[in-house]
Design a protein around this ligand. Structure first.
Ligand code: NAD
Length: 255
């Protein structure tokens, strides 16, 4: 597909979960648009796999767990120093490990999903926002999930964490409304990524077919389709919308 040109020349971005799936598509799209990008991901193997394709002069790869506040704070400082400031944060890191109803949901899975998907976003926002405020400009996009809007069986920890991301996004929108920093979220439905494929394999074929059949366009999304929307959301032109949720659901969401 032909890209619209979104000019991010001179902008400095951090993308968490940037070594795979939607995050990686965002990294590629932001680099195509001229930005410098710090890619933060917990998977050393995935980071090493993408290293050869990325321009070394505009990319900074860091192995980092977003649940580790001290590591996030240090990495934000290092990225700001390396790039001479920060403009953009895209929170793509996420896990979806639950496969059972609430009464059987492993406590460990619940705590880990909340820690990565919600506390991780809180950590990166907490660490990066001071750098954006120093600029008087910033764009943050938090990747939530369609399931945050209408629930999903067997995924309580995931769904609750993603709903928390929407509430955090609304709060940040209010807190930062006069600062030049805008904060929005996206709610993807199923997207063809390693996370989705692992989830689909862990479910019975009936459950994954049922989930895909709920998408009116009758297909899952492509990561580059999410990246196209996010690239605009992190541009200067997304200037009068904050605390809001943008749909990426093939027509599934009507609110
Ligand atoms: N694929 C879908 O169907 C779908 C649907 C709705 C929402 N999402 C959300 O989109 C985002 C991207 O998911 P994806 O499908 O591209 O998955 P993915 O597994 O392909 O990519 C997620 C990346 O996050 C990284 N990550 C996981 N835990 C981390 C941690 N603690 N610290 C740093 N990095 C960590 C992983 O190593 C991986 O590279 C996630 O937040 C996910 O919840 C995905």
């Amino acid at each position: 597909m032909q890209h619209n040109n979104i000019d991010l020349t001179g902008r400095s971005a951090i993308v968490t979960g940037g070594a795979s799936g939607i995050g990686l598509a965002v990294v590629r799209r932001l680099l195509d648009s001229g930005a410098r990008v710090a890619v933060w991901d917990v998977s050393e193997r995935s980071l090493e796999a993408i290293r050869p394709e990325l321009p070394a002069d505009r990319t900074h790869l860091a192995r980092l767990d977003v649940t580790d506040w001290a590591a996030v704070e240090a990495a934000a400082g290092a990225a700001a120093d390396a790039f001479g400031g920060l403009d953009i944060l895209v929170n793509g890191a996420g896990i979806a490990d639950g496969t059972s109803v609430v009464q059987d949901y492993p406590l460990e899975t619940w705590h880990r999903e909340l820690a990565v998907n919600l506390t991780g976003v809180f950590h990166t926002c907490r660490a990066v926002i001071p750098h954006l405020l120093a600029n008087g400009y910033g764009r943050i996009v938090n990747v939530s999930s369609m399931t945050a809007k209408d629930g999903s069986p067997n995924q309580a920890g995931y769904v609750a964490s993603k709903a928390g991301v929407l509430a955090l996004t609304k709060t940040l929108g209010r807190e930062l409304a006069e600062s030049g920093v805008v904060v929005n979220a996206v709610t993807p439905t199923l997207f063809d990524t390693p996370l989705y494929r692992t989830w689909a394999e862990s479910m019975s074929p009936e459950v994954s077919e049922w989930a895909a059949s709920r998408i009116p366009m009758k297909r899952v999304g492509r990561p580059d389709e999410a990246a196209a929307m996010i690239a605009w959301m992190v541009s200067e032109e997304c200037s009068f919308t904050t605390g809001m949720t943008f749909d990426l659901s093939g027509g599934r969401a009507s609110f």
